[in-house]
Every structure is written in structure tokens, then in C-alpha cells.
Design a protein around this ligand. Structure first.
Ligand SMILES: C[S@@+](CC[C@H](N)C(=O)[O-])C[C@H]1O[C@@H](n2cnc3c(N)ncnc32)[C@H](O)[C@@H]1O
Length: 289
């Protein structure tokens, strides 16, 4: 019979080569909260008292430890993560939602005074559905579409919308063929977190990201790194309302080029930093005719 404190020590011992102590604690408490259905703050206070009476949960912890040692991100091990207060199921077919993307959602919501108006919104490259679902939760009257090229990602985003009790219309389509996308709508908001990492930037990345997360969600070619933004602009020219706005997540190393690209087509283009101080988002409005 192990105490939770002993299991935590085992995690620290086994994972300290791969993770800092702070990271191990984030992972350990996320797993413990999920397996034991006890709030993190209570867990932290009662580590020594909590015992796994019949070691059933211990098997779960051991199984997770085995996967973590392989380098599998803990969100995949758990099968879910929290994004903007919504539980989002994740698996190897979707990118793990990032805190920077929560900031993009926050920016959109801050700009909307009346959350009960009926807006038409589309999330291009919707992945797990995190952006579209967080928006749907907070804008209950709006109609939200999501598109992605990956059938498996769409399957999961559909499940996520059911889990979060919202309705999002997910469509499988290729954004790089944007002229053929016909939703027969004019959108008030177009939001996107497309693939934007140059292949050559792989060498600076944490190996766990490109080894386990879907590469088609991450990378673009070095020759045409803004390819998705060019298509987003093309799509917007046809499908954005006159007073509509675009919100996009961007590559911090390409912020100037991305801003310049949008300035060719829009009157107002705002570049915004994320909480880590990196230029991470752009808002564009008033298309130049
Ligand atoms: C960076 S991920 C973003 C996922 C999600 N929106 C998020 O913020 O976590 C990019 C997404 O673009 C999708 N994607 C890649 N190429 C695409 C294409 N040609 N057309 C549409 N979606 C594409 C991937 O399947 C992936 O889900």
C-alpha cells in the first residue's frame, strides 16, 4: 500500500532527467487529480495521509510513468487538458492546446461588448476544437464553424463539442484550397491558429513536441512559411463581413513579415505580445478594396 507522497517521490526519481521538479509536480498533480477525483489543493495538503488502499490506482500511476519516461506529453497520457476552462480531449491526432492560444480567445472576447449577439464565426484549422468550443461557450447565440483537413482531428473536435455541450459545425476541407471552400456565409470573425513553424526551426524545439504531436499541425516549409496566412487572407477577401475582424496566432520569429503581409490587404493591423513577451497574435480589420 503506497502513500501518494511515496508515488510522488518515485515520479521525481524517475523523471528528473527529463523534467524540472516544478514540471514533475504539474504532471503528478494533474494525474493524481484525474485518477483520484480529488482537488489539487486538497491533494497537496494531504499527500502523506492519502493511501491507495488496494494499489489499484498505483497501477494507473505506474502505467503513466512508463509513458512519460518514453517522452509522451502528459496531456496525451491523461487524454485531456483544460483550455479556457473547457475540458478538451486530446490524442496523437491533434495539437495539445497551448496557453498562448487561450490569450487569442481572450482577445476576441474582450473585443465583444455584447456576448449575446448572434455572430458568424469560423475557426480555420480547428484541430481539437479548443478555440471554437471556448468561443461557443462564451458566445452562446453565435454560430460557429470549424474547418480542418484532418478527419481524425475533426472526429475529436466533434466529441469535444458534445462534451462541452456546445454546437459547432465542423467541416473537413483543405484551407490551402481556400477558393473552393464555400460555406455560403459572411463571417464577423475569422480566427485561426494555423501551422506556422518553419522546418528549419525544428532544431530549436523540444524533441517531445515534434516526436509526438502531429507534424502537419506544426510545420510549414522554409520557402513559403506564410502560406496559411496568404490563404486566410484569400478566404477573408471572399467571406469576411465588411466590418468583420480576423484574429490569428503567429510565429514570433516572423511577426514583422506577417504584419507586413496583412497590411497589404487591411487598413488596421494590430500586433500583440503574449504573456511571455513574444509577438504572438495579430488582429486585422477593414479590408482594402
Ligand atoms: C497549430 S494546429 C491548431 C489546432 C487548434 N486550432 C489549436 O489552436 O490548438 C493547426 C491545425 O491545422 C490543421 N491543418 C494543417 N494543414 C491544413 C490544411 N491544409 N487545411 C486545413 N487544416 C489544416 C492541422 O490538422 C491542425 O489541426
Amino acid at each position: 500500500m503506497k502513500s501518494l507522497s511515496e508515488i510522488r517521490q518515485q515520479y521525481i526519481k524517475q523523471l528528473s532527467e527529463q523534467y524540472s521538479l516544478q514540471e514533475i509536480d504539474i504532471i503528478f498533480y494533474a494525474l493524481a487529480e484525474n485518477y483520484l477525483h480529488i482537488n489539487k489543493s486538497i491533494l497537496k495538503l494531504s499527500l502523506n495521509e492519502l493511501k491507495d488502499e488496494n494499489d489499484l490506482k498505483y497501477i494507473l500511476f505506474l502505467n503513466a510513468l512508463f509513458q512519460l519516461k518514453e517522452g509522451i506529453p502528459y496531456q496525451y497520457v491523461l487524454g485531456s487538458t483544460i483550455f479556457f476552462g473547457c475540458e478538451i480531449l486530446v490524442n496523437k491526432n491533434v495539437l495539445i492546446p497551448r496557453p498562448e492560444t487561450e490569450e487569442l480567445v481572450e482577445w476576441i472576447l474582450k473585443d465583444i461588448n455584447n456576448k449575446n449577439q448572434k455572430l458568424q464565426i469560423i475557426d480555420l484549422c480547428s484541430g481539437s476544437g479548443c478555440i471554437s468550443i471556448a468561443l461557443a461557450k462564451n458566445l452562446p447565440k453565435s454560430q460557429i464553424d470549424g474547418i480542418d483537413v484532418s478527419e481524425k482531428a475533426l472526429e475529436l473536435s466533434q466529441k469535444n463539442s458534445v462534451l462541452n455541450k456546445v454546437s459547432v459545425n465542423y467541416i473537413q476541407t483543405n484551407l490551402l484550397d481556400s477558393e473552393k471552400i464555400n460555406t455560403n456565409k459572411k463571417y464577423d470573425i475569422i480566427v485561426s491558429n494555423p501551422p506556422y513553424i518553419k522546418k528549419s526551426e525544428k532544431r530549436d524545439m523540444d524533441e517531445r513536441v515534434y516526436k509526438f504531436e502531429p507534424n502537419e499541425a506544426l510545420f510549414v516549409t522554409d520557402e513559403n512559411p506564410l502560406i496559411f496566412y496568404k490563404e486566410i487572407i484569400k478566404f477573408s477577401m471572399m467571406n469576411l463581413n465588411e466590418k468583420g475582424k480576423i484574429y490569428i496566432e503567429i510565429n514570433q520569429n516572423l511577426s514583422e513579415e506577417t504584419q507586413e503581409l496583412f497590411l497589404k490587404y487591411f487598413t488596421f493591423v494590430e500586433l500583440k505580445k503574449d504573456l511571455s513577451g513574444n509577438y504572438r497574435m495579430i488582429k486585422a480589420e477593414a479590408a482594402i478594396k
